[in-house]
Design a protein around this ligand. Structure first.
Ligand code: ASP
Length: 435
C-alpha cells in the first residue's frame, strides 16, 4: 500500500485536481491520500490557509469573520462548480463560522482548508472521507500522541477502496483541534505511512524533486536523485522548502522510503529520500541551502574564558525569554549566539537587560544581517578538502566568512556571511561543488 500526499498547488484548481485523479487511477495501490488546503493559483493569489488565519484575525478584531472567510467560500465554490460536484460549500462555511466564533485559538480555523479539500476530494475520487481529528491524536499538554495515533491509523490497513484524509491537524482529548506547524500536511502523510507500514510515501508537489540549490538563486541547478533522511532534515531546516523537516520522525524507525513527485509532470523521476543511501553513487556534497537575516548576539568580556558558568547564564536568559539558538561560536573573550528568528525590538531590549544583569559583559551587540548557508552531504565525512574548498570558493568570490561551523556528524558545514553576499556565496559554492 502506498500513501500519497498532495500539496497546495496540486489542490488549487479543478484542472490540477483532475491530474491527481489520473495519478491515483494509474496505480491502484495508491489507496490512502492526504491533502493540503488549496494553495496559490498564480503568483499574487492567496493561499487558503493564509486566508483562514486572516479570518481568525478578523474575528479577534470585529468579533465575527468577514471578507477573508468569504474568499475561502468563493474559492471552494469555484472548485465545486468546475468539478461538477454536488456539495453544499455554503453550509460547510456556516458550520465553520460557528466553530470559529466558539474557538479560542487559530488552530481550528486554520485546519478547515484541509478539511474542505478532503471533502471535495472524497467526492471527486469516491474515496471514504476520514477526519484527521479521529485518527491523529494529541495529548492534553499539546504533544503528539504517537502510540494512540499509530493504533488508530493502523486500522486503515484493511480499508476497502481508498480513503482521503485532511493533512495538517489532529485532535486533543477534549476534542479541540490542534495543527502541526506550517507545511504540516507532509507530517500527516508520514504519520499515515508509518501507521499502515506503507511500502512508499509519495509526496506530490509542483517541482521535479529537490535541486542541489534554490533555483531562484542558481540557474538550472542539478537535480538530486537520492537524499538521506538526515540530509533532508538539514536542507529543509535551512530553507529548502520542498518537504517539512519533521516528516522524517514518524517513519524513521521503519525506514519507509519517501519520493518527491511532480503532479504537473508525473513522469519525472523525482527525488528519493531514504534511510540508508549506501550503495548509491553520490557526489561528496548533496545540496546547499540557506536562510537570510539571522540574528547574532555578540558579547565580549575580558577573562570570559575563566568565568565559570558564563555560557550557562547567557543561555538561560535566552531560555527564559523563549528564544532558541542555532550556533554559539566563541573566542577567549567573546561569545556570539546565532538565533534564526527575527526578534522584536522589545525582546531585544529585554535580552540586553537580562544579559547585562546576569553576566555584565563589556560590550553587547545585536546584528540582524547574518545569512547562514549549509553545505550538506554524507560524502564529506572522513574525507579531506571540503572545508578548504568552501573557504577557497568564498575567498575567490571576494566574500568574507563571518562564521564557520562543522556539525559533529561531519555531514554539514555551515558558513555565515553578510546578507548582501548571500546569493553570490551560494553561486560560488554551487560552482565549486557541482560544476
Ligand atoms: N495548509 C497548511 C499550510 O499552508 C499545511 C500544509 O499545506 O501542509 O501551512
Amino acid at each position: 500500500m502506498k500513501v500519497c500526499k498532495f500539496g497546495g498547488t496540486s489542490m488549487a484548481t479543478a484542472e490540477s485536481i483532475l491530474k491527481i485523479k489520473n495519478i491515483l487511477n494509474s496505480d491502484k495501490t495508491r489507496k490512502l491520500v492526504v491533502v493540503s488546503a488549496p494553495g496559490k493559483r498564480f503568483k499574487t493569489d492567496n493561499k487558503i490557509t493564509d486566508l483562514l488565519y486572516a479570518a481568525y484575525k478578523e474575528k479577534l478584531t470585529y468579533g465575527v469573520p468577514g471578507a477573508a472567510l468569504e474568499e475561502v467560500c468563493d474559492r471552494f465554490e469555484i472548485l465545486a462548480r468546475d468539478l461538477n460536484l454536488d456539495i453544499d460549500i455554503r453550509s460547510y462555511i456556516e458550520e465553520i463560522e460557528t466553530g470559529l466564533i466558539e474557538s479560542n485559538n487559530s488552530d481550528y480555523i486554520a485546519s478547515r482548508g484541509e478539511y474542505l479539500s478532503a471533502r471535495i476530494m472524497s467526492k471527486v475520487l469516491n474515496f471514504t472521507f476520514i477526519d484527521a481529528g479521529d485518527i491523529i491524536k494529541f495529548r492534553y499538554d499539546g504533544s503528539f500522541d504517537s502510540e494512540l495515533t499509530r493504533d488508530l491509523v493502523s486500522e486503515l490497513k484493511d480499508i476497502k477502496g481508498g480513503a482521503i484524509i485532511p493533512g495538517f491537524y489532529g485532535r486533543m482529548p477534549d476534542k479541540t483541534i490542534k495543527t502541526f506547524s506550517r507545511g504540516g500536511s507532509d507530517v500527516t502523510g508520514a504519520i499515515i505511512a508509518a501507521g499502515v507500514n506503507a511500502t512508499l510515501y509519495e509526496n506530490w508537489t509542483d517541482v521535479n524533486g529537490f535541486m542541489a540549490c534554490d533555483p531562484n538563486i542558481v540557474t538550472n541547478p542539478k537535480w538530486i536523485e537520492v537524499l538521506s533522511y538526515q540530509e533532508l532534515r538539514e536542507l529543509s531546516y535551512m530553507g529548502a522548502n520542498v518537504l517539512h523537516p519533521d516528516s522524517i520522525f514518524p517513519i524513521y524507525d521503519i525506514g519507509i522510503p519517501i519520493i518527491i513527485k511532480n503532479t504537473f509532470n508525473p513522469t519525472a523521476l523525482g527525488t528519493q529520500i531514504l534511510k540508508n543511501v549506501d550503495g548509491f553513487d553520490r557526489p561528496v556534497i548533496t545540496g546547499i541551502a540557506g536562510k537570510k537575516s539571522n540574528t547574532v548576539i555578540t558579547l565580549t568580556k575580558s577573562m570570559m574564558n575563566s568565568e565559570l558558568g558564563f555560557g550557562r547564564k547567557v543561555l538561560s536568559v535566552l531560555e527564559r525569554n523563549g528564544v532558541s539558538f542555532e550556533h554559539i561560536p566563541t573566542g577567549i573573550d567573546a561569545m556570539s549566539i546565532v538565533v534564526s528568528n527575527q526578534l522584536s525590538e522589545s525582546l531585544k531590549q529585554k535580552i540586553h537587560d537580562d544579559i547585562k544583569g546576569a553576566v555584565n559583559p563589556d560590550t553587547f551587540d545585536i546584528s540582524t544581517t547574518l545569512s547562514l548557508i549549509a553545505i550538506v552531504g554524507h560524502g564529506m565525512a572522513n574525507r579531506k578538502g571540503t572545508a578548504a574548498k568552501i573557504c577557497t570558493a568564498l575567498y575567490n568570490a571576494d566574500i568574507n566568512i563571518r562564521m564557520i561551523d562543522q556539525g559533529s556528524s561531519e555531514m554539514n558545514v555551515i558558513v555565515g556571511v553578510e546578507d548582501a553576499d548571500y546569493s553570490k556565496s551560494i553561486n560560488a559554492l554551487y560552482d565549486a561543488f557541482f560544476k
